[in-house]
Design a binder for this molecule. Sequence first.
Ligand code: 5AD
Ligand code: FES
Length: 355
Amino acid sequence: MSGPERKPDIDTLVRELIDRRSLSTEGYAALIRERSPETACILRAEADRLKERIYGRDVYVRGLIELSNICKNDCLYCGIRRSNASVERYRLSIEEILLSCDTGYELGFRTFVLQGGEDGFFDDDVLCGLIGRIKEKHPDCAVTLSMGERSRESYEKLFKAGTDRYLLRHESADPLHYRKLHPPEMSFENRMECLRILKATGYQTGCGFMVGSPFQTEKELSEDLKFIESFKPDMCGIGPFIPHKATPFAGEKPGSVELTLFLISILRIIHPEMLIPSTTALGTLSPAGREEGIRAGANVVMPNLSPKAVRKKYELYDNKICTGEESAECRGCLERRMESIGHRIVTDRGDIKKR
Ligand code: 5AD
Ligand code: FES
């Protein structure tokens, strides 16, 4: 029976993951490689059970405001990389950002996610001033920043100014793979150090990665899962890689929606209380992708709150959805989508529920 070519027993791995919330790197790789619709169904049911117990049928919303598509970085996968001369660059004014928050507040958002390229205009003074004004107008709201790698001093200042959360996807937990996705001047070590600093500073911290990025195999994905096991982030965002026409990865295959959903269920089982978004990239590759993400174990959606005029310019990947809609349309659209699968969007900051 147990000859050298015997396949790892999938049922045993599924049991072990559910019972221990952890597998070895090899275990994760085998589970991913050998997955079947039946395995996905079992893990989805367990993920759903865990999520229901902690968050019920509530889905948290974050209003995503895309501050600027100006970026000093040159990530090979990203549509707003500095080498892309075909994108029209923009930067929202402070007044435009505050107006977006006001619109969002009216629509029931209690978290604003300020995301942007690494644009030098948004130095500590500018960002601290902005955060202070948002908090002054909307003291019952959480502010999340997603503004890339900064210094420890900067992260500390932004935290003191009132920032509650920070999103910085680690992109890949494998240093070699990380290097294949980024230009030589970007460093895996610095990215990981930023994540550790963010957590130690006191932020609710989010990491994450793309599914199906070039050169990624089950091995790299299993390292991502091991990293998330040990780092214990408060949030983890994953979405399928989608090629952008003006990047070196233009001709690469997009990631798999099915594998992304499978990994969302695994993430929920590893850390049942984690905040997991059902991402726009999922909705871009599949019409009901975001609903499927919630059904697989996610509990957050992040509709676009950016002014309609700039949306098309913040194209990290081709065919991004919601670039022609108004904020209110996206909010209503997602409300209906969540209701169609027995969930409801709630007017709440949506902090992590720690046991
Ligand atoms: N496909 C999918 N996701 C992408 N991101 C950047 N470019 C792409 C792409 N081509 C993701 C990265 C980044 C986040 C803001 O968007 O993971 O951290
Ligand atoms: Fe934007 Fe549906 S969420 S149109």
